[in-house]
Design a protein around this ligand. Sequence first.
Ligand code: ADP
Length: 343
Amino acid sequence: MTSAEEDFYRIFLRLDEGVLLLRANGEIDLANEAFMRWFGLTNEVVRQPFGSVLGEAAINELAAAVWREETPAPREILVQQEGVKRWLIVRASRLGAGEGARAVLLFQDVTAQRTLEEVGIDFVANVSHELRTPVSILTGYIENLADFPKMPRSEQVEIFGIMQEHALRLKALLNDLLTLACFESRSDVLDLAELDLRQFLRQLAKDWQPSLASKEMAFVLEIDDGVSTIRVDRFRFEQVMHNLFDNAFKYTPLEGQIRVRVAGFADHVEISVEDNGAGIPEADLPHIFERFYRVDKARSRRYGGTGLGLSIVKHIVTLHGGTVRAESTLQMSTRIIISLPRA
Ligand code: ADP
């Protein structure tokens, strides 16, 4: 190989797209790294009959069409390696003629797009479902009130109470959806500034004091000496702490306790909110940061939850370059830990 050919070969090997060249007799002529990786191949495959290396019927059909002088339409296939799903668009064409003719197959990874589409479809379905419930309850009661103008006042008051509850639910949902939409359109830029953490958390506790008192709950604040300020978007950080506090408060019974701890590390700060309430089953833990995921739908609704609180927390923390995780023991405690970079 000349040095120019070597350069081309190196580029070919490292292309983002998978590339496979087949001979007319079905043998593999060349395969690049992306192709090998996506199909879980580790051994040398050159000169091996394609069919015995890879039993993909769709690819076989594409290659066969190329030799029949056709330009086959691209196909989408799903491959799975060690539990990881990958959607690939495969395009086939013919290169050269006679002895040296090759079928060229190009594999384009469209997993990210497909995943996004799936999330989008799920999201619209979830939103419609969540909005439909309060709206149909409200319209039902409005009709009821219109049909029975002579309804006793006590019954009316009861109905107004229920209507108000569902109107508030709609409001909470719309607020959370707007917050999420802001992040997703990327129009929401963080306004970073140094924040005095001690002062901020003391204020948070003060704001929550009336609610805590109503459930005779205790609040404990522990801050490492080494931590004084943190660089965050104050408004967004407030939202994070409010959502975590709100959950700890909602899912903890009377006389429970909420403990906020701040621990400093060389390059990051960990802030955790812990309660000694209902806890979260182990199987649910990996999902609680997903949109609309609720361990107990009825319970969440009862407390005015939207199922969006923790996904908003995750969005904001991620935007700050941080991470969030959860630890819990059922009927014992739940601890949500956010980790934010110091710089
Ligand atoms: P919600 O509005 O329903 O509270 P979140 O996104 O804030 O939604 O939380 C998702 C789910 O995680 C909740 O419905 C609840 O089941 C569970 N969860 C969150 N925080 C706690 C907690 N501190 N204790 C027990 N369960 C919790």
